[in-house]
Ligand binder design. Sequence first.
Ligand code: NAP
Length: 481
Amino acid sequence: MTDTQYQYIDGEWTDGEGNELVVRNPASPDETVVSFPAATGAQATRALAAADEASGTWGASTPDEREAVLYDAADRVEASLDALAETLTLEEGKPISSSRGEVARAAEILRFFASYTRTATGDTVPSTDPETFTYTVREPLGVVSLITPWNFPIATPTWKVAAALASGNAVVLKPSSETPTIAKRLVEILEAAGIPDGALNLVVGPGSTVGDELITDERVDGISFTGSTGTGMHISTTAAERGVPVQTEMGGKNPQVVLPDADIDAAADAAVAGAFGLTGQACTATSRLLVHEAVADRVTEAVVDRAESLSVGPGMEDPDMGPAVSADQDETNFEYVSIAREEGATLLTGGGRPAEPESGYFIEPTVFADVESSMRIAQEEVFGPVLSIIEVADFDEAIRVANDVAFGLSASVFTADMTRWREFVDRVDAGVVKVNGTTSGSQIQMPFGGMKASSSETAKELGQRAYEFYTHEKSVYRTDP
Ligand code: NAP
């Protein structure tokens, strides 16, 4: 393997046969992190053929064989934690301490799904016929295409790959073109941990070039996608035409509600962590702060103070906030600042480039007030560090505004009132609900996924539920002769 061989097909590292793919450091865009030939559609097809060939053997492997590979990979991830974190930060830009946390989480995910190989079970169901024993078994789908974004470039590929492999599927992974090297490292680690040839394949190339093969090839038995709503809807529609199981986790426009009895400091801390952590580039980032008018001034002041105290800089210097991932995302951030101003929102802080550093895709943490729910800044996903404050008159209005968007990924409420938070849990449109916590962040043993335009809602990721997506369920009626 050379440093520019990013395609892993049937156990061999190979050159791409497509155009050159150049990855730049978002903190210093003149600096090329890596440049290599991308995969072609024909290479994606070869990867699928290799997976198809390997799926029978890997699917028939015993739980302890699959467990051994995943545990070993977890140890290797931990042993290379610092180098992996550096790779991640150079490509994606996030603060190095966040990258270390994400790499450690990848090891945790590998262990979670390793243990799963032995504990996943079917059901024994009471039979109404005494002669017949009724139970369910789960079997791997076969070949799965896993398509991932750049914002958690090791955690997301790991939670798909580990769940798919643990349940006996053969995999073709297509990571984001923005962050290919960390995905390559993950595959190298699984190779060193003993994954058989063909059971895991990596295809790195633009979605527009290799995407169709990974969705439409007749050997694909399941597709798991995380990314934007536009791409996700295209994938689910195409997969539906073939009747192939598909899971899509997509965008968000996540609200945090603050009621009058809330702990204001805790609410402000959470809003700032949720809006500006990871440069707002989390699907569960807080983008709307819905504040009861009785505490609006205090909450707004606390949030603006905190936002203005955040450091912004290259991820390798471990600031509070790194750059946007790419020139496109940088442009989107500033475009939404202009849109919000034109719509009549009041810019309270941020909205421009920080004085330092001089180059890179940096933007100040940005807070808008006087936002109406109908404005584009309150409706559309920015995927950057831009927080909109919307005042509400009462709890019912908070719920109405919280639900007044196409998305339904994550939502949070700050209150000490048990009746209120229970009602919030019942009425809010969100797949993840936090009470007195930030909208971002999740635990790996909890099912994860959204509602409405945030998710296909076909199956959750992570937790026990992940297994359901990657397996067929058979209902067995056994009557002895
Ligand atoms: P994206 O542009 O939709 O890309 C996601 C993945 O899809 C990338 O690997 C991309 O490849 C690939 N792709 C693009 N076009 C394709 C096609 N026609 N066929 C098959 N694959 C295709 O999203 P992104 O900009 O990477 O990520 C940001 C988005 O992800 C945000 O909307 C965010 O909310 C969402 N997200 C959601 C969750 C969640 O769990 N709900 C988690 C994280 C992120 P290329 O990179 O080569 O274009």
